[in-house]
Ligand binder design. Structure first.
Ligand code: FPP
Length: 260
């Protein structure tokens, strides 16, 4: 992995082919069906520029839009963003407030394009803890796009994988106790059906920006066999070309799922 990261980092200068060449190249190989992204580094991006952290989130939002378009154009089937973790509530009040208003803004600016692109929005996480205006915007996104059949766009908001797994276990126990399922039926497939990602393929590729090399309680069950791709690029600088690089690297990996 380190070797391939070095290759990518070292290939950022003139020696790389242009974004268009890269795009043509990756289009010829199998696409990951599900790409999940930990969009990290907004705060550091802003700090480097002497700007408030919220300016980093605003810039990050633009990249989210750019990557949605890029993924959709490439025929990726599912795109998941880790937008707000259960730990993010510990951030300064004004920053949390700013983040909670983003769905509302995004609804105003992007719903029309998402409808045109046939994108179906799904929210993963306990949004009942978010302010009313956030819930309203997120529910409107889901409702308005529910019959769309194109790219599935997940936003993980107030999401934590361990509590997702615990909740799934509780519901399985409940269903065993009320006789809906038998203890012997509990297996990996059944567990997947009790998770928030029910019905979706597991991520093939997980991207994390900003140089942090960890998964931070994101989709812990689902990423058992995912390919992980880390980059030092801060999320607000993560262009579609960076996205193509991650996909190109993914296409060179040999996925054995534990076999030889
Ligand atoms: C990570 O940067 C980013 C976040 C915690 C949240 C960013 C999410 C959005 C901009 C999208 C939300 C929008 C919708 C529509 C759901 P960081 O602040 O952790 O950066 P740092 O590690 O450099 O401080």
């Amino acid at each position: 992995m380190i070797k391939s990261m070095k290759r990518l980092m070292g290939s950022k200068g003139n020696e790389t082919s242009s974004a268009e060449d890269l795009l043509e190249k990756i289009k010829k190989a199998p696409m990951p069906k599900h790409v999940a992204i930990i969009t990290d580094g907004n705060g550091r991006w802003a700090k480097k520029r002497g700007m408030p952290r919220t300016a980093g989130h605003a810039a990050g939002m633009k990249r989210i839009r750019e990557i949605i378009r890029a993924a959709d154009d490439l025929g990726v089937e599912v795109l998941t963003f880790y937008s707000f973790s259960t730990e993010n509530w510990k951030r300064p009040k004004d920053e949390v407030e700013y983040l909670m208003k983003l769905p509302m803004e995004f609804l105003k600016t992007d719903l029309q394009e998402l409808m045109k692109r046939n994108v179906k929005v799904r929210i993963l996480g306990g949004i009942s803890k978010t302010p009313d205006y956030t819930q309203k915007a997120l529910m409107e996104f889901e409702e308005k796009t529910k019959d769309n059949t194109g790219l599935i766009l997940n936003f993980a908001i107030n999401y934590g994988a361990r509590s997702e797994i615990i909740e799934a276990v509780h519901r399985i126990i409940e269903d065993i106790e009320n006789g809906h399922i038998d203890k012997g039926e509990v297996n990996e497939e059944l567990m997947s059906e009790y998770l928030l990602t029910k019905g979706l393929p597991d991520p093939d590729l997980v991207i994390r920006t900003s140089g942090e090399i960890r998964v931070s309680n994101f989709l812990l069950w689902q990423l058992a066999y995912s390919e992980l791709w880390f980059t030092d690029v801060l999320w607000p600088d993560f262009s579609s070309e960076c996205f193509y690089q991650a996909i190109e690297d993914f296409q060179h990996r040999s996925r054995r799922f534990g076999a030889v």
